[in-house]
Design a protein around this ligand. Sequence first.
Ligand code: A3P
Length: 328
Amino acid sequence: MSPEKTPKYLEESLGSEVKELISTLPKQNGWLASHIYQYQGFWHAASHLQALISCQNHFQARDSDVFLITTPKSGTTWLKALIFALMNRKQNPISSPTHPLLTNNPHDLVPFLEIHLYADNQKPDIASLPSPRLFATHMPYVSLPESVKNGSRCKLVYLCRNPKDTFVSLWHFTNKLRTPEMGANDIREVFNRFCDGVSLFGPFWDHVLAYWEVSRERPGCALFLKYEEIKARPGVHLRQLAEFLDCPFSAEEEESGMVERILKLCSFDHLRGLGVNKNGKLSSGEENNAFFRRGEVGDWNNYLTAEMAERIDRIGREKFHGSGLELL
Ligand code: A3P
């Protein structure tokens, strides 16, 4: 793919089968592309949908695979950095001046199945990748390839974020990717769409709830994390991740300050300040700096009215009722 490519989330390079399928699906206005389509209960840009279907048809999971799963703007970039650093710390010592995270955006180190690997009708040679393979996806649980859900003992790490901050972050991000001619999305209009579940990989609440339930039913298979909790106690959750991924910190590592060094390497301020993240661009077209905005909890207070916040909280209370999950 050309590095000049701008993110289009477009429909023009679709194969005929997907075009035919799309013509039968419910359709709504998109936040970036003109339309998004509802497939298996969730909304997708046409290009992502084509890749998702290709992935469903071809992807074969291995027991050692790790999938990092989020809804957009839940802190994916951070989690990619943390898990990459954690799992590769033997080959890539954290304090090395040539650590890959110093010269690569985390999205280039942990590719998305539907945005990178299977995009543009590609058939990636994932079978030749060494184990353990690390993949990311925004796919809802229902749409994961069958071998991920049932055929293997692979691990899922799910990260979610409170929907008010997720929405505000998504609003900013999509505005940044829109062309000057398109202008910014009206916040009230896209807020209504978000609340109605019509957002990329939405409904947000259904996405989160499905993974929450899997993590409760099969705790050895899925770890459920919250952005706010990692922010509050990063060391606790990094150690939890290391245990879950079968690479716990040794006593020597604890003593050498390994946990703190990984957290520092992956911190918002450090990653945002790197040349690659100030100036670089992803193969999928987004500028790397678009993934680093404020990185705070509660920024929604600056954008949502009390009434909007109450509406979004009410949806959460209703959707999560009886599940034991709360995201405020
Ligand atoms: P804000 O827009 O609220 O600042 P994603 O990575 O899923 O696209 O999510 C992006 C959000 O995570 C943005 O939130 C971004 O600033 C924040 N983020 C990116 N890197 C981070 C890091 N290292 N630590 C904490 N937050 C980070």
